[in-house]
Design a binder for this molecule. Structure first.
Ligand code: CO8
Length: 372
């Protein structure tokens, strides 16, 4: 028997924000800031906030809009961050709610019930609390026996989680695994930073991993191989954490939120990702030209084109390497899974594709899949 991905689920928030809406809010905030601080700016004590541009955003990233869990408050220039209601310990938490919706869809796609699952991995860029694990809350809500745990690997959380799931199935220690990625990124976005206010969106994805011996799915994929690598870099960083309380720093200061050196990330990560995909395929005796589909991390359309160009000698077509970041923006680890969720049912038996994530850490993860 082999390890298979037998179902994928996608939960998309109902609210979205277009580039135009986002930029008009940011620019109103920046103009207000500059007016309020006119004297300090004129004397050179403070730098004026530069204006953002919807055209710039689309040109450099390919992003046109992003979904958001709670739109309320985000565009309000006296707040510039979403409003989420505080929930009691008895209520389902925000992140578990997203995770449960995606997991339920994945179970349905795989033709499975809670009884077929014995391991729940919630793997994403942030969890809203440390314990009890979001995964254990989801496990209880869905009525799953066995165990669950959370893991954090930023943009590669989904692929790294899937590797853990594949290993557990291969070892025979689990019969069915749910890998869930509730990417609630908006609380960590600095909507007052022109360089990064446009990058992220909220979403949740989930994948069922099991053995081919139990698979009852019409759209299953054999996992031919998995490969993960990390290499330390400070070019993408968030310093917010539980220790912040004791360092007496401002929990809202820019370095506590997502920040990056975007140019450096682009230059360093693209060649790493291309080399990673090529060597992973090679180790399985597969040529890049044999790939029917590339479900790539969705951070920047130009990154994806550059990676495919390095490997194919030409730009991949949208059919080969689908893009979802125009609609979803960067959703941390969920991006490549959204691409997979929306673009896998048309493949035929024997077709080979690769899921590949790349981002903060740096972290790169890939899975080679073959349609059953
Ligand atoms: N509007 C107008 N002008 C702008 C804007 C804007 N919004 N933003 C920047 N500019 C200006 C800059 O200030 C700069 O001006 P100047 O030349 O005068 O200094 C000029 O435009 C060019 O700016 P950049 O050099 O920054 O522009 P790039 O062409 O490099 O594009 C990108 C910027 C889009 C950020 C690009 O570098 C990129 O996509 N890089 C890769 C980034 C990436 O993939 N990062 C991964 C991050 S995600 C991740 O790892 C997951 C983290 C966990 C999730 C976090 C959730 C919150």
């Amino acid at each position: 028997s082999s390890v298979v991905i037998s179902g994928v689920g996608l939960w998309t928030p109902t609210h979205s924000i277009s580039n135009e809406e986002l930029v008009s809010s940011y620019n109103a905030w920046a103009e207000h800031f500059n007016l309020e601080n006119q004297t300090a700016i004129e004397s050179g004590d403070l730098e004026a906030k530069p204006l953002s541009s919807a055209d710039f955003i689309e040109k450099v990233s390919g992003i046109k809009s992003r979904y958001i869990y709670s739109k309320e408050g985000t565009l309000d220039i006296s707040r510039m961050r979403p409003i989420l209601e505080a929930r009691s310990d008895e209520q389902v938490s925000h992140q578990a709610e997203m995770a449960i919706a995606a997991a339920t869809a994945a179970l349905k796609a795989a033709n499975k019930t809670a009884a077929d699952i014995d391991m729940v991995i919630v793997s994403c860029a942030y969890t809203q609390r440390s314990y009890p694990a979001i995964a254990i809350e989801v496990q209880a809500a869905l009525g799953i026996q066995g165990f669950g745990f959370d893991m954090l690997v930023a943009c590669s959380a989904a692929t790294f989680g899937l590797e853990r799931a594949a290993d557990a199935i291969k070892a025979g220690s689990s019969k069915g695994v749910l890998v869930i990625n509730p990417e609630l990124t908006s609380p960590q976005v600095n909507y007052m930073d022109r360089d990064s206010h446009f990058i992220f969106g909220d979403v949740a994805t989930a994948v069922v991993v099991e053995s081919s011996a139990t698979c009852q799915s019409a759209h299953a994929f054999d996992v031919l191989g998995t490969k993960s690598v990390t290499s330390y870099s400070n070019n993408i960083r968030s310093n917010f954490g539980y220790v912040t309380r004791t360092t007496d720093e401002d929990p809202y200061s820019a370095d506590k939120l997502f920040h990056q050196n975007g140019r450096k990330v682009f230059k360093e990560v693209c060649p790493m990702a291309a080399e990673h995909i090529e060597s992973h395929l090679q180790s399985h005796g597969i040529q890049v030209s044999e790939l029917k589909r590339w479900w790539l991390h969705q951070a920047n359309i130009n990154m994806n084109l550059l990676i495919s160009r390095r490997l194919l000698g030409r730009d991949a077509t949208l059919e080969e390497a689908p893009i979802v970041l125009d609609e979803y923006a960067n959703t941390a680890s969920a991006g490549s899974i959204i691409a997979f969720a929306k673009h896998h049912e048309d493949l035929t038996a024997g077709d080979i594709g690769v899921i590949c994530s790349f981002g903060a850490g740096y972290s790169i993860g890939s899975l080679i899949l073959r349609k059953r």
